[in-house]
Design a protein around this ligand. Structure first.
Ligand code: P6P
Length: 336
């Protein structure tokens, strides 16, 4: 069978993107290549988790107190091992670890910083519901040697790349380097991510809202008013909206990216700064959604403009179609 000319692999696409930058040294490309390998290694375990005794929990508790699933641990260690030896990273931080990851001395003075959530939505693992890996890449700000917190705690608009791998009905690698958002679907028969969604653009409007309504009584009254507005019956304005929520940020935002709508995790009485982490979840997803033509705010400003002061800080997030985020923002900023 002739290989279709559409056979655009992720590696070839990354290489083509690099050719647009004559001054490129290839280091950044190698970091992305290593990430695609890590994605395939994690996919291999996630896709057969039900078959081997890898489900269930470990006795370890991670920084956010979630029960650490065996797959979480596997994904975290796989990404570390694959990324350690690129030689192009000076610092790495995982959502599953307190501080910076200890890197091998000979390989810890590269140009880039990798911040990642190895397995987002892991509470869904045993129910075979979509989970994902999220990554964010910055250029270092210190001049040489091992990287430090200063290299990590940069505002999101300084990211040089962000992406996620979604392990769902099929496995996709979706990423941006500031040249649009592109999606690649894994063809397990050849073990390659093939271009399936070039230059993804989020619809300006959407009929889905995505949120954990169980927290309704914990929300600010202005936000409750906005959610009630979405549920009113008014054909002319396309209301009521439909609620879609799977409890995995990667899955909920991937659907929002493709179908339009809005995903939200606001502050509430239980989580006064919101639940989701700025560095590991909100920054990368916001960079992607903005690159696809959408918006991402914390209620006051762009997520990407928040100056982080700690690796695990949380932020409220309202992200998705421009018109939907702008409507939500109007309610949040309403005078009392
Ligand atoms: P809740 C998963 O644990 C996660 O970090 C995100 O992937 C998801 O959007 C959110 O938390 C779900 O939180 O409070 O609705 O269970």
């Amino acid at each position: 069978m002739l290989i279709s000319t559409k056979f655009m692999t992720l590696e070839r696409f990354i290489r083509q993107q690099e050719e647009k930058f004559p001054q490129a040294t290839g280091e950044f490309t190698n970091v992305l290549f290593a990430l695609t390998l890590a994605a395939k290694l994690v996919w291999r375990e996630v896709s057969k988790a039900g078959l081997v005794n890898i489900l269930g929990t470990t006795e370890q508790i991670n920084v956010s107190g979630d029960i650490l699933k065996k797959l979480d641990l596997f994904a975290d260690e796989t990404i570390r091992r694959t990324m350690f030896y690129t030689g192009h990273l000076c610092a790495m931080a995982s959502e599953e670890s307190n501080g910076l990851i200890e890197m091998p001395t000979k390989y810890n003075s590269g140009k880039y910083v990798l911040i990642y959530d190895p397995l987002d939505g892991s509470s869904n693992i045993d129910a075979n519901i979509t989970i994902g890996t999220i990554f964010s890449i910055f250029k270092r700000v210190t001049s040489f040697g091992q990287g430090n917190l200063d290299d990590c705690l940069q505002p999101g608009y300084k990211q040089v790349a962000a992406g996620y791998i979604i392990y769902g009905t099929s496995t996709m690698f979706v990423y941006t380097t500031g040249q649009g958002v592109h999606g690649f679907t894994l063809d397990p028969s050849v073990g390659e991510f093939l271009l399936s969604n070039e230059n993804i653009k989020i619809p300006p409007k959407g009929k889905f809202y995505s949120i954990n309504e169980g927290n309704y009584n914990l929300w600010d009254p202005k936000f409750q008013k906005y959610i009630n507005y979405l549920k009113e019956i008014d054909k002319q304005s396309g209301r009521p909206y439909s609620l879609r929520y799977i409890g995995t940020m990667v899955g909920d935002i991937h659907r929002t990216l493709l179908y339009g709508g809005i995903f939200m995790y606001p502050a509430d009485k239980k989580n006064p700064n919101g639940k989701l982490r700025l560095m590991y979840e909100c920054n990368p997803m916001s960079y992607i959604v903005e690159q696809a033509g959408g918006r991402a705010i914390n209620g006051e400003k762009r997520i990407l403009e928040i100056q982080p002061d700690s690796l695990h800080q949380q932020t409220p997030i309202f992200i998705g179609s421009t018109e939907e985020v702008t409507l939500c923002e109007k309610f949040l900023k309403e005078e009392n």
